[in-house]
Design a protein around this ligand. Structure first.
Ligand SMILES: *Cc1c(COP(=O)(O)O)cnc(C)c1O
Length: 417
């Protein structure tokens, strides 16, 4: 049986897979099983921020794998403590505490549990718990029952209803809509600093500041999904800070870049006072409130700490800004009739493709048509919604590699138009 047949027979067909097998990676390059080399500006969808098989990460992984892979959270795990310390003091830079999971959806489920518990500790005037989380149209928060219910895209939810109760989706960047929506049962607002899967839509500084003010006025939790934006991608260690640095979130979730390609996620809860006295918000997730067998194990924690130290000490958030500017300017200079605009923040970049300019095959979108052509030309990108081509280069990509990608993009846009 060949690979395609094995997939057909043995793997659930939940993904529309491209019939290519990647077999080796190094930095910004990937090779498939036929020996074809690609410039990878997809990076496992925003995971491998240091490029493929970064030697420093590989060495840390190998060393820890030969020492201790897993150990239960029944015991202290020193690597987990070091990672949490680094995240709190060097990345979030606000007092708080971290819980470790294994993926983005799982981290968001944990974040939603924090909101639910807060709604019990700070109930409605009638004593009933608050529970409703406001999220946004075109958001993406994951595929578990909780994170899917939080997601503001119908296609993700089709035929999985009834949904977990207690979410409402509002227009993004529309503060008045949020003001009007807050109800007695509302307990939190949850958003991505830049909607990644939903089309690379950055939230405006005014919107984020406005949400933060509304949260204070109505005693709501401000919950930031940094799964795609976090750890340098948007030009700051934290995506929200690249939008509005003065905002102080209550809860933050991560995954993707945290492990540099190794599975790990987590969420942070602020130590701020929740009652004007000494009780810290983070204290509501006490013993027995949450858990994960694999979460924060020695191997995952070691890899993540190595990744974050590299990003931090090499000033890669700043590099992400430069890379983003170079790509944005380069694409705009092409003056392609196909391009409607370039959006994004740092090295999370969306190229808008104009509708009705391309012939597309059944089942394809204009974005996937361009992504297919780019891949044939040797550049990996990924669609974000039907009309946006998303570029997620490694944060340590060289100017030379960026310029090679721009040449490929220019050639492909020309051949398509
Ligand atoms: C990818 C993503 C998720 C889901 O992460 P998984 O690790 O696939 O569960 C959640 N939120 C955002 C913003 C994402 O980009």
């Amino acid at each position: 049986m060949n690979i395609a047949e094995k997939f057909e027979h043995y793997v659930l067909p939940t993904y529309g897979r491209i019939p290519i097998s990647m077999v080796r990676g190094e930095g910004a390059r990937l090779w498939d099983s036929t020996g074809k080399c690609y410039l990878d500006f997809c990076m496992g969808i925003a995971t491998c921020s240091l490029g493929h098989c970064n030697p420093i990460v590989t060495e840390a992984l190998q060393k820890q794998a030969a020492t201790l892979v897993h150990c239960s959270n029944l015991y202290f795990i020193p690597q987990q403590a070091d990672l949490a310390e680094f995240i709190v003091t060097r990345c979030v830079e606000l007092p708080g505490k971290v819980f470790f999971s294994n993926s983005g959806a799982e981290s968001n489920d944990g974040m939603i549990k924090v909101a639910r518990r807060y709604g019990h500790r700070k109930p409605q005037a009638n004593g009933e718990p608050r529970y409703e989380v406001l999220t946004f149209n075109q958001s993406f928060h994951g595929r578990t029952l909780g994170s899917m219910a939080a997601t503001g895209q119908d296609k993700i939810k089709a035929e999985f209803d009834p949904m977990l109760h207690g979410f409402r989706h509002l227009p993004f960047n529309d503060l008045e809509a949020v003001k009007a929506a807050i109800a007695p049962e509302t307990v939190a607002i949850m958003l991505e600093p830049v909607q990644g899967e939903g089309g690379v839509n950055p939230c405006t500084p005014e919107f984020l500041r406005g949400l933060s003010d509304l949260c204070k006025q109505h005693d709501l939790l401000l919950m930031i999904d940094e799964v795609q934006c976090g750890f340098g991608r948007c030009g700051d260690m934290m995506g929200w800070r690249a939008v509005a640095p003065e905002v102080k979130p209550d809860v933050i979730s991560w995954a993707k870049a945290l492990g540099g390609g190794f599975p790990i996620g987590g969420f942070w809860v602020s130590d701020r006072s929740m009652n004007g006295q000494g009780t810290e918000l983070s204290s509501i997730m006490g013993p027995g409130s949450h858990g994960s067998t694999y979460g924060g194990n020695p191997l995952a924690s070691t890899v993540a700490l190595t990744v974050l130290r590299e990003i931090h000490s090499n000033h890669l958030p700043k590099r992400a800004q430069q890379v983003g500017e170079r790509i944005k300017n380069g694409v705009m200079e092409m003056n392609s009739p196909l391009v409607s605009g370039v959006r994004g923040l740092g090295a999370l970049i969306g190229i808008g493709i104009k509708p009705d300019m391309l012939e597309i095959q059944e089942g394809a979108t204009i974005a996937s048509t361009v992504v297919d052509a780019l891949r044939d030309g040797g550049l990996l990108a990924v669609p974000a919604g039907p009309e946006t081509v998303r570029l997620l280069p490694p944060l340590n990509v060289t100017d030379d590699e960026v310029d090679q990608a721009l040449v490929l993009i220019k050639r492909v846009l020309k051949s398509l138009s």
